[in-house]
Write a protein that binds this ligand. Structure first.
Ligand code: FAD
Length: 387
C-alpha cells in the first residue's frame, strides 16, 4: 500500500492490520457464511475483541474512539473477505452511537459496552411489509400503557432478528401516529414478538433475513430510547451506515479486480495470456478505474461528513450509490474475465457478485440514493459551486 494524498501513513497501517486480520480470520469462513445458516458467533466475538464493532464509539463507552475514515477503512478491508459479514461492523457501531446520542444513562450503561465488545448482538428493525423505501410510512404502533408500551405490527427483512440479543425497533407512537416516532430497545424473548419467517436468499445464509410478528408485546417504559422522539443520532446513523456499505462495496470491487487481473496474466488462450487481448485488458482497466473513483469519493464523503453531517449526508448517498453500483458491475465483469472458472465456486467471484447485489438494495436502494442526491443538489449551493 502506498501513501496517498487522502490517507496518512497511520491510517494506511491501520488498513493493513485489518487486512491481515480479515485474510486470516474472515476470508477462510466466507464460503460458509455464504452457504451455511449458522451465524458465526465466534467470529463476531473476534470483531468485538479487535475493537471493530465500535470503531467510532468514544473510548469512554468502550469503543475504539476512531473516526469515520477508520470505520470505512475497516469495512473496506473486511468487505474484501466477506461482503456479507463486513456490514455487521456498521450495524453495531450505528446502534451503539444511537443509544449514546439518544439514550438515558441507564440504557447507555446497559447496552453500549456489550454491543461494542461483541457480547451482545444487536439488530435494527425499520422495514415493514408496506414500508420499505418509504420507511416512515411504517405502521408498527406503540401505545402507552401503565408502566410501559403495547406494540403491534410486522417487521420484514430484519437481519438476525432471530439471534439478536436486542432489537432497536422503530415504531409509531400513540394512536394513529399523532405523537410521531420512537425507537425501542427490545430484548430477545419478549413475549408477543415472534420470528415467523427466515427468508432464504441470494447470498450470506448466515445472516438471517427475518419477518417479525409483534402481537400485543408489552415493553417497559425504560425500553423507549430517550425521551421518545426519534433520536437525531438515528438519522445520522443512516448516513454513516451508507458510508460503511459504500466501503464494503469498494472492498468487494477491489478484491474482485485483483482476482481477475491475476487470473488474466496467468490464463493463456491462443498462445498468450488473455490479459494481452484488448477485450480483456480494457475491461480490467475500466474495473480498476471505477474502484479508484469509488474509493476516492468514499473517503472524500467521509471527510465532508465528519466536518458537516448535514451536507455530508448527500455525499454519503453519492458514495453509497457509486461504490455499490461499481461493486455490482466490477464483480459481474470479473466473473466474465475468468470465463467458466468465474462461474464456479473454485473462485470467490460468483459469491462476491451475489454479495454485491444486496449492497444496491439495503441502507436505502440506489434509486432512493439518487433521490437523496437530487434533493442535496437543491439544498446545497456550496456543492454546486465546488462541482
Ligand atoms: C438481506 C436483507 C437484509 C435487510 N436487513 C434489514 C435490517 O436489518 N433492518 C431493516 O429495517 N431493513 C432491512 N432490510 C430491508 C431493506 O432496507 C429494504 O429491502 C429496502 O429499503 C427496500 O425496501 P423494499 O424491499 O420494501 O423495496 P421497495 O421499497 O418496495 O422498492 C421496490 C423497488 O422500487 C424502487 N422504488 C421505491 N420507491 C421509489 C421511488 N420513490 N423512486 C424510484 N424507485 C423507487 C426501489 O428502489 C426498488 O427498486 C434488508 C433487506 C434485505 C434484502
Amino acid at each position: 500500500m502506498t501513501m496517498t494524498f487522502l490517507l496518512t501513513e497511520e491510517q494506511l497501517e491501520f488498513k493493513r492490520s485489518v487486512r491481515r486480520f480479515a485474510r486470516d480470520k474472515v476470508a477462510p469462513r466466507a464460503a460458509s457464511i455464504d452457504e451455511q445458516s449458522d451465524f458465526p458467533r465466534d467470529l463476531y466475538q473476534l470483531l468485538g475483541n479487535q475493537g471493530l464493532l465500535g470503531l467510532t464509539v468514544p473510548e469512554t463507552y468502550g469503543g475504539s474512539g476512531g473516526d469515520l475514515i477508520a470505520a470505512c477503512l475497516a469495512a473496506e478491508e473486511l468487505g474484501r473477505s466477506s461482503g456479507s459479514f463486513a456490514p455487521r461492523v456498521g450495524v453495531a457501531t450505528m446502534i451503539a452511537e444511537t443509544i449514546i446520542e439518544g439514550g438515558t444513562p441507564e440504557q447507555i450503561e446497559r447496552w453500549v459496552k456489550p454491543i461494542v465488545n461483541g457480547e451482545c448482538i444487536p439488530a435494527i428493525a425499520l422495514t415493514e411489509p408496506e414500508a420499505g423505501s418509504d420507511a416512515l410510512s411504517l405502521q408498527t404502533t406503540a401505545i402507552k400503557r401503565d408502566g410501559g408500551w403495547r406494540i403491534d405490527g410486522t417487521k420484514r427483512f430484519i437481519t438476525n432478528a432471530d439471534i439478536a440479543d436486542v432489537i432497536l425497533m422503530l415504531c409509531r407512537l400513540g394512536d394513529g401516529g399523532v405523537d410521531g416516532f420512537g425507537a425501542f430497545l427490545i430484548e430477545q424473548g419478549t413475549p408477543g414478538i415472534e420470528v415467523t419467517t427466515v427468508y432464504p436468499k441470494m447470498a450470506g445464509a448466515a445472516l438471517h433475513a427475518c419477518e417479525v410478528a409483534i402481537d400485543g408485546a408489552f415493553v417497559s417504559s425504560d425500553s423507549l430510547l430517550g425521551e421518545g422522539s426519534l433520536p437525531v443520532g438515528f438519522i445520522h446513523s443512516m448516513s454513516k451506515g451508507r458510508l460503511i456499505v459504500s466501503a464494503v462495496g469498494v472492498g468487494i470491487a477491489a478484491e474482485a479486480t485483483g482476482v481477475a487481473a491475476r487470473y488474466a496474466t496467468e490464463r493463456k488462450q491462443f498462445g498468450r495470456p488473455i490479459m494481452k487481448f484488448q477485450g480483456i485488458s480494457f475491461m480490467l482497466a475500466d474495473m480498476l478505474t471505477k474502484v479508484e473513483a469509488s474509493r476516492a469519493l468514499l473517503y472524500e464523503a467521509a471527510a465532508i461528513y465528519a466536518n458537516n453531517p448535514e451536507r455530508g449526508a448527500g455525499f454519503a448517498s453519492m458514495a453509497k450509490l457509486l461504490s455499490t453500483d461499481t461493486a455490482m458491475e466490477v464483480t459481474t465483469d470479473a466473473v466474465q474475465v475468468l470465463g467458466g472458472a468465474g462461474y464456479t465456486k473454485s473462485f470467490p467471484l460468483e459469491r462476491m457478485m451475489r454479495e454485491a447485489k444486496l449492497l444496491q438494495i439495503y441502507e436505502g436502494t440506489n434509486q432512493i440514493q439518487r433521490m437523496l442526491v437530487a434533493r442535496h443538489l437543491e439544498q446545497w449551493n456550496e456543492t454546486l459551486e465546488d462541482a
